[in-house]
Design a protein around this ligand. Structure first.
Ligand code: HEC
Length: 434
């Protein structure tokens, strides 16, 4: 910013930025997917009048990098980053500081919002069976759906189809293995209302876990601003006969009382050349050893990490039906996941000789703005390379208040799926390295 400010101060031949020539293209591309009528954002930013009316707020939000909400920074090149560059932020703040000139509408160009992902040809729409009345505030609910195929199929792409765009923050499509389907149907049957409450995964929230292991696979996710995910050509996720698809919807609505019947569109194939797997990457010790991923009450900047070779890990074997990828793998996408206390997540590869490479950094992690990131090129993880996930949290009272965590009083937090627990994982989409 100082460079730009001084440029104007000395009155160079550079014109002050105008809305039409400088600001409109940025706002249309980076804000338009959410700040339009009926979108997730509370007001629209689609005209000079609308943007200039909240110009000071806009400058503050882009400078603080709270808008557009985009947690990732650093790591491998990603597809269609929504984040603004420093130069774009400078342009917006210089425009606001310079009095928000409108300029000439003839300078404006229609710009499509940046939407990550490919336009998919959908073959099947999986919908919540009934509308659900969204409660006020933040909530997460799981909806088992019908799976219409009676042979094994592969999902080769998916896209979220939010019904009530003002309330849907994030959706995840899970596939419950046939031998676990009954347990999940029982969660649904336990109440007469559509779906059942869940939080981090597909377990029924608010009750003691039955301890039954529910075999679940991640099939994809969607958030506002994402168009959909087409898995790399020739690859897809196996959905065996008897699979139970479950849609997890993360809602946030100020007043509640609105209806939603969200769906997910999938592209399917009856065979693929290379099977793809979403592997949740975390330390299974955290799951089984009480207190092994503890976030002590009141402590700031707490870190836990896990590093191992993924190909032969139990996590990988669990999703791969006994196949191993011990010959190395290609890593295409990553979905970072923590709960409300999460601040920063890093996914890195570590070679046998100790060389490290950051694959994905998410220094502005925010539970409300979870999303999957796609890499521009697949990353080749060699047979001896290890994968590391490292998470940073704060568990102070101040931070709990800021993130709206209940209770506000700091208490020890452990690994788990519920609102009171924390998580640290990166779900990575991988295929065998030919
Ligand atoms: C992915 C959806 C999304 C995108 C993209 C997005 N916003 Fe927002 N924005 C929201 C939502 C939702 C809110 C309401 C507050 C909240 O939920 O955090 C919001 C709130 C705001 C606010 C109110 C103050 C604040 O910080 O909360 C401003 C100003 C704003 N956005 C500006 C922008 C600008 C400028 C861009 C583009 C450079 C942008 N937003 C892109 C969803 C988005």
């Amino acid at each position: 910013l100082p460079a730009v400010a001084s440029l104007f101060a000395v009155g160079c031949a550079v014109d002050a930025p105008t809305y039409w020539a400088d600001v409109q293209p940025i706002v249309d591309a980076h804000c338009g997917a959410c700040h339009e009528g009926g979108g997730i954002a509370p007001f629209s930013l689609t005209s000079y009048e609308e943007v200039s009316a909240v110009g000071t707020l806009v400058a503050a939000a882009v400078e603080a990098r709270t808008m557009p909400p985009w947690g990732a920074d650093g790591g491998l090149a990603r597809t269609d980053d929504l984040a603004l560059t420093d130069a774009q932020i400078d342009t917006i703040t210089a425009w606001v500081d310079g009095g928000m000139a409108e300029g000439d509408p003839a300078d404006g160009q229609p710009t499509e919002p940046i939407e990550s992902g490919e336009q998919l040809e959908i073959q099947q729409v999986l919908s919540m069976p009934e509308p659900w009345e969204v409660p006020a505030g933040d909530s997460t609910r799981c909806f088992p759906m019908d799976w219409p195929y009676d042979t094994d199929m592969w999902v080769t792409g998916q896209v979220g189809m939010p019904d009530n765009s003002a309330a849907v923050y994030h959706i995840v499509l899970f596939a419950i293995a046939p031998d676990s389907a009954e347990a999940v149907r029982a969660f649904d049957d336990a109440s007469a209302e559509p779906g059942y409450p869940c939080y981090g995964g597909v377990e029924l929230a608010g009750v003691e876990s039955t301890g039954d292991y529910i075999r679940t696979r991640f099939v994809g996710d969607w958030a506002p601003g994402l168009q959909g995910t087409a898995f790399p050509a020739g690859t897809g996720i196996r959905m065996p006969v008897g699979t139970l698809p479950v849609l997890q919807v993360h809602y946030n609505h100020p007043s509640g009382g609105v209806l939603d019947q969200t769906a997910v569109g999938v592209r399917v194939a009856d065979t693929v050349t290379t099977e793809g797997y979403y592997v949740p990457w975390f330390d299974t010790q955290w799951l089984f050893v009480e207190g092994s991923m503890r976030l002590p009450a009141g402590q700031e900047s707490i870190q836990h990490q896990f590093q191992a070779a993924p190909g032969s890990s139990p996590l990988f074997l669990d999703v791969s039906n006994g196949q191993t990828l011990t010959g190395g793998m290609k890593l295409w996408r990553a979905f970072p996941h923590m709960h409300l206390l999460g601040q920063n997540l890093e996914l890195a590869s570590v070679s046998a000789s100790g060389d490290e490479e950051l694959l994905l950094g998410v220094p502005r992690y925010d539970f409300r703005w979870q999303r999957e990131y796609g890499f521009a090129e697949p990353y080749l993880l060699g047979a001896d390379d290890e994968l590391r996930v490292e998470c940073t949290w704060s568990n102070t009272e101040e931070f709990r208040r800021r993130r709206g965590v209940s209770p506000v009083q700091a208490i020890d937090v452990d690994f788990g799926e519920s609102t009171y627990d924390e998580m640290c994982l990166a779900i990575v989409y991988v295929t065998a390295a030919e």
